[in-house]
Design a protein around this ligand. Structure first.
Ligand SMILES: [Mn+2]
Length: 320
């Protein structure tokens, strides 16, 4: 971490990059980081090559994402991004400027693609990692930063309920809530209780499409292009569909397969597991990765093959 701090100390104009198919931890850590850097006199711009859910758009300072103020940078910082390809079109910035790139991340599968890499899997969210980072840099966390960081922690931990939630996560959340100074529901309600109509429709379809295998221990939801069209929804509305399956007591492995509407025979897959069952093992069969209980991959194949092969990999993880 000290090498990252030294690099930031020596930089004036800093680009912050995070991942495609983005999530609240990525967006919130990027924005909180920007605000933190600005508080110590740096210029910082946020680049994220992704669609954004309606919930993200209402986050404070969201208008600063992909809205640069600098032309050139003396440092590139990647946040919450395990793999260079997940930067989307902005991966070329890192390929070109690798010598002045650093990253902070909490994904165990991180490929260490920057010059300096601080990766620590003990953190449930990059926003949790940032709490310690700001402490080490003597950056004071203000109320807006605290709100953003709480949002990232709450979403990456399923409201502090997933297995990645540690005593430190709860401690950091508690400190951040104190700094934020307002009630927790003003953080949670805009994120967890503000489904858009298309999101509701895609959830309804997901319930209908859910299939169960192996004594209901494996659940699979498929969302096709037709489903997206009829719900007027996009891939950004599919966050949390695996929770529908995980809420079933018998389920150990939950898989959501979403068709890429922009190309044939391409599917985004998210895998969630409970307890000792590894989601990562399943995603890695298809070249993906992520966290132990929450991983993802992209499959280029027919739907039938994709589903069959995923089911097979899930059965193997289940030792069925
Ligand atoms: Mn994260």
């Amino acid at each position: 971490m000290n090498r990252v701090i030294a690099a930031i100390d020596n930089a004036k104009n800093i680009a912050i990059l995070s991942h495609i198919k983005t999530d609240c931890d990525a967006v919130c850590s990027s924005l909180a980081f920007k605000l933190g850097l600005e508080s110590i006199g740096k210029n910082a711009d946020v680049y994220i090559d992704s669609g954004f859910s309606e919930q993200m758009v209402t986050l404070p300072y969201f208008d600063k994402v992909n809205n640069p103020t600098c032309k050139t940078y003396d440092l590139y910082v990647c946040l919450d991004n395990a793999d260079i390809d997940r930067l989307g079109k902005y991966k070329y910035k890192i390929m070109k400027h690798r010598a002045i790139s650093v990253q902070l991340d909490h994904h165990g599968t991180n490929t260490r693609y920057c010059k300096i890499n601080y990766v620590n899997e003990k953190y449930a969210a990059t926003c949790e990692l940032l709490y310690d980072f700001f402490g080490a840099m003597n950056i004071k966390i203000n109320s807006v930063m605290a709100r953003l960081m709480l949002t990232g922690i709450y979403t990456d931990t399923g409201k502090l309920s997933y297995s990645n939630t540690t005593a430190n996560t709860l401690f950091v959340a508690s400190r951040l809530l104190k700094i934020y100074g307002e009630s927790l529901d003003t953080v949670c309600r805009p994120i967890f209780s503000s489904k858009t109509y298309p999101e509701f429709c895609i959830n309804k379809i997901a319930y209908n499409n859910a299939e169960f295998f192996c004594d209901n221990k494996i659940g699979i939801i498929v969302i096709t292009t037709e489903n997206f069209k009829s719900a007027n929804a996009t891939i950004d509305d599919t966050h949390g569909l695996t929770d529908i399956l995980l809420s079933v007591k018998s389920i150990g492995i939950a898989i959501c397969i979403s068709q890429d509407i922009s190309q044939d025979n391409c599917y985004f897959v998210s895998v969630r597991t409970k307890g000792e069952l590894s989601a990562r093992n399943i995603a890695e069969v298809f070249g993906g990765g992520g966290h132990f209980n929450a991983s993802g991959c992209k499959i280029f194949d027919t739907l039938q093959n994709a589903k069959q092969n995923l089911l097979q990999a899930a059965k193997e993880e289940l030792k069925w």
